[in-house]
Design a protein around this ligand. Structure first.
Ligand code: ZN
Length: 249
């Protein structure tokens, strides 16, 4: 079984379309949340994701953009984008967002999906210090998570642990990086952000999990950046949301 794992699409239709085209064949699609917020095409992205994903976990932007929670705690740019998104969303998409389930959600006997930490949906897992307790306590060997917009994660085998940081050589072509996840090892893995990367690489991030091969392949692929930026500017969203896409920050 091959699962395409996507997170933090954030209304970036151009990045999402590029990822779906590059991903090729898969059996399942796991959506780790923050489908909307920041990007200029929330309805188009939702229509596409709703049609193809087989598992969904809500993100904090999905809650705020659908009015389930307030913009409290959001910076001014994120809050403005959330209000804009809420005004643009169709009634059907608003209702669907409000019904998105909270993580973690079990996807296979070995793997589950969360937006933030498997112990709390809004917690950020940035460092090994953040990862250690969830790695011990999570109820599956592998948790796919998002929220940080940083591709990679943390792995543990008994007393040994290591940070997972995909190594790439290029900056503007498609690349892949393979991580073996043998039975008996534990992993917290972030596929990266499709639509708003913040790890210094502007390319869309995603991952493919193959549970027969016990392998996760991370990808970075270029997409039509200028079109995504143009859509943000045409929508009169804060310019920072367009400019940061080029830097992946
Ligand atoms: Zn996000």
């Amino acid at each position: 079984m091959r699962a395409l794992v996507l997170s933090d699409i954030h209304g970036n239709l151009h990045a999402l379309e590029a990822v779906l085209e590059a991903a090729g064949e898969f059996d399942q699609l796991w959506n780790l949340g923050d489908v909307v917020g920041y990007g200029a095409n929330p309805n188009e992205v939702l229509d596409r994701v709703r049609a193809v994903a087989t598992l969904h976990v809500r993100g904090n932007h999905d809650r705020v953009c659908s009015g389930l929670t307030s913009t409290h705690g959001f910076n001014p740019v994120a809050a403005e984008a959330a209000s804009w998104t809420q005004r643009k969303l169709t009634v059907a998409n608003l209702e669907w967002l409000r019904e998105m389930p909270k993580g973690p959600i079990r996807a296979t006997p070995r793997a589950q999906c969360a937006h933030g930490s498997p112990l709390h949906e809004d917690h950020y897992i940035v460092s090994m210090r953040d990862a250690w307790t969830p790695l011990q306590r999570m109820e599956s060997e592998i948790t796919f998570f998002g929220h940080t917009h940083v591709q990679g994660g943390f792995s543990q085998h008994q007393q040994d642990w290591e940070e997972v940081r995909p190594q790439y050589r290029e900056t503007d072509t498609a690349e892949a990086w393979v991580l073996d996840v043998p039975l008996g090892t534990r992993h917290l893995l972030n596929p990266g952000s499709v639509g708003q990367p913040r790890d210094g690489d502007w390319r869309a991030g995603y991952a493919m999990y193959d549970d027969d091969l016990a392998r996760v392949t991370f990808y970075r692929i270029p997409y039509d950046l200028a079109a995504a930026q143009g859509a943000i500017r045409a929508a009169h969203l804060p310019d920072r949301l367009a400019s940061r896409l080029a830097a992946g920050r």
